[in-house]
Design a binder for this molecule. Structure first.
Ligand code: PMV
Length: 327
């Protein structure tokens, strides 16, 4: 007896950043965040519950997953099984349509796709907020990838919420890939280390909600200038807080700084473009959809930029197919 479900979820980039946990055990965020879901970066995951399996197994881009990444997948599957009253083990097969090894955020789309596929394979008709809460328990940013367009996750919140649909604001997000190879410090370790040692962490937690409000208002008002200014400050404040940790958590590379400089130069010459950086060296540049081609060319021209991935607001996480009888 087996039953499987396949789901697609898109990655998201926070315009108001999440960094730090209010509750480490339950993985609840310390600050509110708001993100844009991206159409060009997605993960497709199938979960097959198979009575013949003795343990859970997982593959990502044709390689077996082991160690801590596998343990995180099993933790999510266990939550789903507990809810559905099942014991059956699962075979998880996942593909990213972007290079995981380049250190681009894959946990957001990955855990959102896994949460949706696992609940449906288990025969649960969970509402989007429950899928979001399941994804959030594994990776808080994944809670936001359940929704397309713009999504928010409140401080201490269990699940993300939709802020605006993908067609609300015609934006482009250009991902300037500045390096290859996985990131040096994972987000969970980076956050814990920052919270424990950075004297700026308390200031970050105090000021982040204000920036979140600004970002939210600017998204709703479709105001690119206000959105870009608040998003840049949110990213820089988060990184400043990490830089003040002991030892410092530094995700920037020399190419990161060169791309930031290029974005500032574009602005000086009258193009509305704004940068944001996450737990890696890549730079994501927000601009109007109509300016995307020329801004992408300017970013690709920066020495060290290997690739520019052009994204527009993406859709909700969705099911592709379900096979087999309900368990
Ligand atoms: O949810 P995690 O553990 O992947 O952390 C995400 C942290 C940032 O990407 C840096 C910010 C964010 O809000 O996505």
């Amino acid at each position: 007896m087996s039953r499987s479900a396949r789901a697609v979820a898109h990655s998201n980039i926070a315009l108001a950043k999440y960094w730090g946990k209010a509750d480490v055990e339950r993985n609840l965020p310390a600050v509110p965040s708001l993100s844009l879901t991206l159409d060009a970066l997605s993960t497709t995951t199938s979960v097959e519950l198979d009575a013949a399996l003795e343990s859970d197994e997982a593959q990502l881009d044709d390689h077996a997953v082991a160690g801590r990444p596998l343990a995180r997948i099993i933790q999510l599957l266990d939550r789903v099984r507990a809810r559905a009253g099942l014991e059956t083990r699962a075979r998880v097969v996942s593909h990213n349509d972007f290079p995981t090894a380049a250190g681009l955020a894959s946990s957001a789309s990955g855990f959102a796709a896994l949460a949706l596929a696992a609940t449906r394979a288990a025969g649960l008709e969970t509402a989007p907020e429950e899928v979001s809460a399941l994804a959030r328990a594994s990776s808080a940013s994944a809670a936001r990838s359940v929704y397309g367009g713009f999504a928010s996750l409140g401080a201490g919140a269990e699940a993300a919420e939709r802020v605006a649909s993908p067609d609300h604001f015609p934006l482009a997000m250009l991902v300037a890939v500045t390096a290859t190879g996985p990131k040096a410090v994972g987000s969970t370790d980076g956050m814990q280390h920052t919270a424990g040692t950075s004297p700026y962490y308390a200031a970050w937690v105090e000021h982040a909600p204000q920036l979140y409000d600004e970002v939210r208002r600017a998204v709703l008002a479709r105001d690119l200038e206000a959105l870009g200014a608040a998003a840049e400050q949110s990213a820089l404040m988060m990184h400043a807080c990490m830089l003040a940790a002991r030892p410092a958590v530094v995700y920037f590379s020399p190419v990161t700084l060169s791309v930031m400089e290029r974005v500032r130069a574009l602005r000086q010459s009258g193009t509305s473009a704004f940068y944001t950086m996450d737990a890696g060296p890549h730079v994501k540049v927000l601009t109007a959809l109509g300016a995307a081609t020329s801004v992408a060319a300017a970013l690709f021209d920066v020495p060290g930029v290997g690739r520019v991935i052009r994204c527009a607001p993406g859709p909700d996480a969705h099911l592709v197919d379900v096979e087999g009888a309900a368990p």
